[in-house]
Write a protein that binds this ligand. Structure first.
Ligand SMILES: Cc1ncc(COP(=O)(O)O)c(C=O)c1O
Length: 369
């Protein structure tokens, strides 16, 4: 069996460090927004190459508070993509704003900058690109358009810890970068957690206020806020994991490069990351015809796979009111039918990668016959 994800393999490596960190928090009896959270904020801001990090209870909260802190509200429009996890769209709607979808570039599966200008209206306030699967969106043209039009840029970096674009880290190029530390992420907590990073002390201050009931000091509420705080146990675990993140990222990249070698003789479409980018392979996906059958065959052969994502958000029933239909975003719709995510984690051995590819080849042959 080769599972799609094996979190236990990682825990086995770092068990003594994690267990000691968790025990330390319990011993301290300080559970929310304490010294571990403060230490993690400092560490993660430095990792992203920014001045501030505000630790939160999820990536969804990071997007939600980033938008609120940037002043996005009722009647505003936010340009984003529909080939993403639902949270990107949901966060825009939580603020009373309207998501406006542009299609993805079929070569990278991230926001196509060529389509942004036509989507701008007098109500547009922000652009929210998603660094899908760990490959950063094409940020230079996005920032140029935003500068010209006076728009805020919020990066959804939930899948892109440590990803780079022309020597700049994910989360550090736009006004605010939003991260998820959901357990399966490249940097995963042991529960829910997230963070917003920024170079703006004003935005960081507002996000910090909003996460803690808008309190400037105890019981002095200067903004209507939320309970979106990070807990100390998650911060302590994330601090342990920060010691390993770079070697894990390189491990993922090594697995991806083995897939690339083995798949070189096939025609499966997948992004060729530009030389100026560091893809961190939160997901290693390919496009395959007859995806559902191939996925089933791989499952029967003991190879776990995923689909990220099978239905683009503009075609989800929950968001029908936004008024989009089939054919509106052809690139997103086309990849959604073909996406297949193969197992990838730093602990995946070369012989396991070979087995995945051998089973994939068998399944494709059977499908074609
Ligand atoms: C692209 C993207 N955005 C936002 C989120 C939301 O993060 P969380 O699950 O921590 O709320 C995720 C998490 O899956 C994600 O993949």
């Amino acid at each position: 069996m080769i599972p799609f994800l094996d979190l236990k393999a990682q825990y086995r490596q770092i068990k003594p460090e994690v267990d000691a960190a968790v025990a330390g928090v319990i011993e301290s009896q300080q559970f929310v927004l304490g010294p571990q959270v403060a230490a993690f904020e400092e560490r993660f801001a430095a990792y992203c190459g920014v001045k501030h990090c505000v630790a939160l209870n999820s990536g969804t909260s990071a997007l939600h508070l980033a938008l609120l802190a940037a002043g996005i509200g009722s009647g505003d429009e936010v340009i984003t993509v529909s080939m993403t996890f639902v949270a990107t769209t949901a966060a825009i709607l939580y603020c009373g704003a309207k998501p406006v979808f542009v299609d993805v570039d079929p070569g990278t599966w991230t926001m196509d900058p060529k389509l942004i200008e036509a989507a701008i209206t007098p109500r547009t306030k922000a652009i929210l690109p998603v660094h899908l699967h760990g490959l950063m969106a094409d940020m230079d043209p996005i920032m140029e358009i935003a500068d010209r039009a006076g728009l805020v840029v919020i990066e959804d970096a939930a899948q892109a810890h440590g990803s780079e674009y022309r020597d700049r880290w994910a989360g550090s190029i736009g006004d605010i970068g939003c991260f998820s530390f959901y357990p399966g992420k490249n940097l995963g907590a042991y529960g829910e957690a997230g963070a917003a990073v920024t170079n703006s002390s004003d935005l960081a201050h507002r996000i910090a206020l909003l996460r803690d009931w808008g309190q400037e000091s105890k019981y002095n509420h200067v903004l209507p806020g939320y309970n979106f705080r990070m807990d100390e146990i998650q911060a302590a675990i994330l601090m342990v994991k920060m010691r390993h993140i770079e070697s894990w990222t390189e491990g993922r990249r090594a697995v991806a490069s083995r897939y690339e070698q083995l798949l070189a003789r096939h025609q499966f479409k997948r992004p060729a990351p530009p030389s100026h980018s560091r893809h961190v392979y939160h997901v290693y996906a390919i496009e395959v015809e007859g995806r559902d059958q191939i996925k089933k065959a791989l499952g029967a052969a003991g190879v776990g796979t995923g689909i990220h994502y099978p239905i683009p958000i503009h075609l989800q029933k929950a968001y029908a009111e936004l008024g989009y239909g089939r054919g509106d975003l052809p690139a997103a719709e086309s990849v959604a039918k073909r996406f297949l995510s193969l197992p990838i984690y730093p602990e995946l051995r070369p012989d396991q990668v070979e087995k995945v590819v051998a089973e994939l080849e068998k399944a494709v042959l059977v499908g074609a016959s």
